[in-house]
Design a protein around this ligand. Structure first.
Ligand SMILES: Nc1nc2c(ncn2[C@@H]2O[C@H](COP(=O)(O)OP(=O)(O)OP(=O)(O)O)[C@@H](O)[C@H]2O)c(=O)[nH]1
Ligand SMILES: O=C([O-])CC(=O)C(=O)O
Ligand SMILES: [Mn+2]
Length: 646
C-alpha cells in the first residue's frame, strides 16, 4: 500500500493525491484508473471523493458504482442476482425474493466485533482482573491497523464497489445523520435500499458536512480462493467488524449477513450513534417506538421498549390488540434515537426505513401486520420455500397445506412434521416500513414523537413478573442496567443460558458502559421531563415449561396498565420490593380464560435476593469502578426492601 513519507504520521490508508477524476474513470495512486460503471463521481462532495478514492486504492475493485436508491437500480441488481442464482423469485408474491446464505454466515458475530479508541477505557469499563469483559471489545489503534492491513488491500479485486449514500432518519431532519457505505455485496445494496433512505438528495444535504464512513467487504476477491457456497461469497474465518467512533468510521469484513453488513443498523445507528449521542446529549437505543391512541378519548401516547435481540420488539411494535380500546401504530421496531426538545419533552425518531425482522414465529395470528407488510417488495434470507413459490418457516404450520413440498433453507426437500427445521432460527424478512398496514402517519416526522414511557424486558423463564413499574428514573436505570435474557439465535451463542444484556445494549455499546449509565442518569436534570420506566417479561413459564402469559396481541393489556399509570391513575398498583405491579381487579382480563395470575406476578424473595447479588457481582466484575454510585445505592435499597419482605 502507500509508502509513508519519512516522519509523516499518516495512516497507510491515506493516499496523497486529491485529484481522482477522469471522464469515465477514477484514478488512484497505486492501482491507476478504475472504471465508473454508474454515477457522476466529479459531482460528489470533495470529502466524499477523497473517501472513495482512498478505499478504491486499497480495495482495488474492478469498477465503481454510485447508487441512487431508485427502483430501477434495485430492479437491475435483482435481475442480475436472479440470473446468477443468488436470489430466487417467490412467485406467490409481488417482487419478493429469497436468498440463502452460506450456512457459515447466518448471524451477528459478537466475538469478532471490535471498537478502537486511543484510550481503552473510553470504550470498555474497568473489568475485574482475570474476567473476560462482555460489554464491548476494545482494540488498540495500531493493532487494528495491522488487522486491517491483513484484510483490505485488494479485497474487492474482480468485484464492483458500490457507493451507497444513505440517511438515518428522514433526509435533512434535525436528528438525522448521513452515512456513506462502500460495499462489494449487491445483496447488501438491496437491503440498504430497504432499510435506510438511499437517495441522491443525501449528497445535497451533506454538502461539505460530516458523514459516517462505512466500509464493507465480503472478503472474497476474485479469483476466489475459498469455496463459495450458495453463491454467497463470504470469509467467516476472517470476519472482523471494527468501529472507530472518534473517526466516525466502521469497517466490516468477511460477512454479508444482517447486523454485520447492513452498516446503517447496529454499527452506525447504535454503536457509533451512541458515542455521538453521548457527545451531543441524546440517546441511541435498541428500542422499538409505538403509538397507542385511546379510542374513547382520542388521546395518543408513544412508548419505547428495549428488549434484547429476538425478544419481541418487532412483535410488540406491530401489535394487533386482542381487546378493543386502542389504535396501535408502529413508528419503529428496532432502534430509537431519543432527544429532549426545548420544552424538555423526550422525542424519538426511528432512524431506519425498513424492518429486518425475525421470520420464525411470525404468522397471521401472532403478527398479522408483519405478514401484510412483506407481501411485496421484500427480501427473505434463510427461510424455506414452498413448492408454489411462497415463503415458509417454523410457526407457519397452520397457514400452509400439510402436504406441501417445502425446500428448506439448506436446500433439502422437507414436509411439515418431518424432523429438523425448515428455516434457520435467525432467518429474516427485509421489508419497507411504509408498507406496514399500521405504520404511524408521523413515523417520518423529522422531530420525532413524544415519549411517555420506557419499557425494558427480556426472556426470563422464572422469577420475573409480567410487568412492574420502577420507583423513579434512577431506579429505572438500575433495572435497565440489570436486564438479563435467555440467549437467542440472533448471535453466535448456543443453548439457553441466561445472559446479562444491560439496557438490551450489550452487543451494541459504543463506549464505556459505566459512562453510558452516567449519561442516562444525567438526563434527569431540569428542564427534562423524564418518562416513567417499566419492566416486562412475556416469557415466564410454569412447571411444565408452558408460557404463563399468552403474549402477542394480549400484550395490549399490559400496555393499557402502563399508560394508565403514566396518566397518574391511582388505586391500580400494588407496591412490591421490586416496583409497582398491577392490582388484579384493575387489569383488563376480559376473555383471557385461565390465567395463573399469582404465579405470573409472584416475586419469590430468595430468587430475587440471589438475582440482585448476582447482578451486583456482574456489575463489580464487568463495570467495576465505572459503576455510578447511584446504581449501587438503588441496588442496596432494593436488596433491603427484599430482606424486609416477610
Ligand atoms: N411467547 C411469546 N413469544 C414472543 C412474543 N413476542 C415475540 N415473541 C417471539 O420472539 C421471537 C422474536 O420476536 P421479535 O419480535 O422478532 O424480536 P425482536 O426483539 O424484534 O428481535 P431482533 O429483530 O433480533 O432485535 C419470535 O419468534 C416471536 O414469535 C410474546 O409476546 N410471547
Ligand atoms: O443485527 C442483526 O443481525 C439482527 C438484529 O436486528 C439483531 O440482532 O438485533
Ligand atoms: Mn426485530
Amino acid at each position: 500500500m502507500s509508502d509513508n513519507k519519512a516522519g509523516e504520521n499518516t495512516s497507510v490508508f491515506s493516499p496523497e493525491k486529491t485529484q481522482y477524476y477522469e471522464v469515465h474513470n477514477i484514478v488512484v495512486p497505486h492501482i491507476g484508473p478504475v472504471p465508473i460503471a454508474k454515477g457522476d463521481f466529479h459531482k460528489l462532495p470533495k470529502k466524499v471523493q477523497k473517501f472513495i478514492a482512498k478505499w478504491v486504492d486499497i480495495c482495488a475493485p474492478r469498477a465503481l458504482y454510485i447508487c441512487d436508491g431508485s427502483k430501477e437500480e434495485s430492479d437491475e441488481i435483482i435481475h442480475k442476482l436472479v440470473e446468477r442464482g443468488v436470489l430466487t423469485e417467490l412467485k406467490k408474491y409481488e417482487n419478493c425474493f429469497l436468498c440463502r446464505t452460506d450456512p457459515a454466515d447466518v448471524a451477528r458475530v459478537e466475538a469478532k466485533t471490535w471498537i478502537s479508541t486511543e484510550h481503552k477505557y473510553d470504550t470498555v469499563p474497568h473489568v475485574r482482573e482475570g474476567v473476560k469483559g462482555i460489554l464491548g471489545q476494545w482494540i488498540a489503534p495500531p493493532d487494528m491497523e495491522k488487522e486491517m492491513n491483513d484484510r483490505y488491500p485488494g479485497c474487492m479485486k474482480g468485484r464492483t464497489m458500490f457507493v451507497i449514500p444513505f440517511s438515518m432518519g428522514p433526509v435533512g431532519g434535525p436528528i438525522s445523520k448521513i452515512g456513506i457505505q462502500l460495499t462489494d455485496s449487491n445483496y447488501v445494496l438491496l437491503c440498504m435500499n430497504i432499510m435506510t433512505r438511499v437517495s441522491p438528495k443525501v449528497w445535497e444535504t451533506l454538502g461539505d458536512g460530516e458523514f459516517v464512513k462505512c466500509i464493507h467487504s465480503v472478503g472474497c476477491p476474485r479469483p476466489v480462493e475459498r469455496k463459495v457456497v450458495n453463491h454467497w461469497p463470504c470469509n467467516p474465518e476472517r470476519i472482523m467488524i471494527a468501529h472507530r467512533p472518534t473517526e466516525r468510521e466502521i469497517m466490516s469484513y468477511g460477512s454479508g449477513y444482517g447486523g454485520n453488513s447492513l452498516l446503517g443498523k447496529k454499527c452506525f445507528a447504535l454503536r457509533i450513534a451512541s458515542v455521538i449521542a453521548r457527545d451531543e446529549g441524546w440517546l441511541a437505543e435498541h428500542m422499538l417506538i409505538m403509538g397507542l391512541k385511546n379510542d374513547k378519548t382520542g388521546d395518543e401516547k408513544f412508548i419505547c421498549a428495549a428488549f434484547p435481540s429476538a425478544c419481541g420488539k418487532t412483535n410488540l411494535a406491530m401489535l394487533q390488540p386482542s381487546v378493543p380500546g386502542y389504535t396501535v401504530r408502529v413508528v419503529g421496531d428496532d432502534i430509537a434515537w431519543l432527544k429532549f426538545d426545548k420544552e424538555g419533552t423526550l422525542r424519538a425518531i426511528n432512524p431506519e426505513a425498513g424492518f429486518f425482522g425475525v421470520a420464525p414465529g411470525t404468522n397471521f395470528k401472532t403478527n398479522p401486520n408483519a405478514m401484510k407488510t412483506f407481501q411485496k417488495n421484500s427480501i427473505f434470507t434463510n427461510v424455506a420455500e414452498t413448492a408454489d413459490g411462497g415463503f415458509y418457516w417454523e410457526g407457519m404450520e397452520d397457514e400452509v397445506d400439510k402436504n406441501m413440498m417445502i425446500t428448506t433453507w439448506l436446500n433439502k426437500k422437507w414436509q411439515i412434521g418431518a424432523p429438523g427445521k425448515a428455516a434457520h432460527p435467525n432467518s429474516r424478512f427485509t421489508a419497507p416500513a411504509s408498507q406496514c398496514p399500521n405504520i404511524h402517519p408521523d413515523w417520518e416526522k423529522p422531530e420525532g414523537v413524544p415519549i411517555s414511557a420506557i419499557i425494558f424486558g427480556g426472556r426470563r423463564p422464572t422469577g420475573v413478573p409480567l410487568v412492574f413499574e420502577t420507583f423513579s428514573w434512577q431506579h429505572g436505570v438500575s433495572v435497565g442496567a440489570c436486564v438479563k435474557s435467555e440467549a437467542t439465535a440472533a448471535a453466535e451463542f448456543k443453548g439457553k443460558m441466561i445472559m446479562h444484556d444491560p439496557m438490551a445494549m450489550r452487543p451494541f455499546m459504543g463506549y464505556n458502559f459505566g459512562n453510558y449509565l452516567k449519561h442516562w442518569l444525567e438526563l434527569e436534570a431540569k428542564p427534562h421531563k423524564v418518562p416513567k420506566i417499566f419492566h416486562v417479561n412475556w416469557f415466564r413459564v410454569d412447571e411444565e415449561g408452558e408460557f404463563l402469559w399468552p403474549g402477542f396481541g394480549d400484550n395490549i393489556r399490559v400496555l393499557d396498565w402502563v399508560l394508565r399509570r403514566c396518566a397518574g391513575e391511582e388505586g391500580i398498583a400494588e407496591k412490591t420490593p421490586v416496583g409497582y405491579i398491577p392490582k388484579k381487579e384493575s387489569f383488563n382480563l376480559t376473555n383471557l380464560g385461565d390465567l395463573k395470575w399469582d404465579e405470573l406476578f409472584s416475586i419469590p424473595k430468595y430468587y430475587w435476593l440471589d438475582d440482585i447479588r448476582e447482578s451486583k457481582r456482574f456489575l463489580e466484575d464487568q463495570v467495576g469502578t465505572d459503576v455510578p454510585q447511584v446504581i449501587w445505592d438503588e441496588l442496596d435499597e432494593q436488596e433491603k426492601r427484599l430482606r424486609d419482605l416477610l
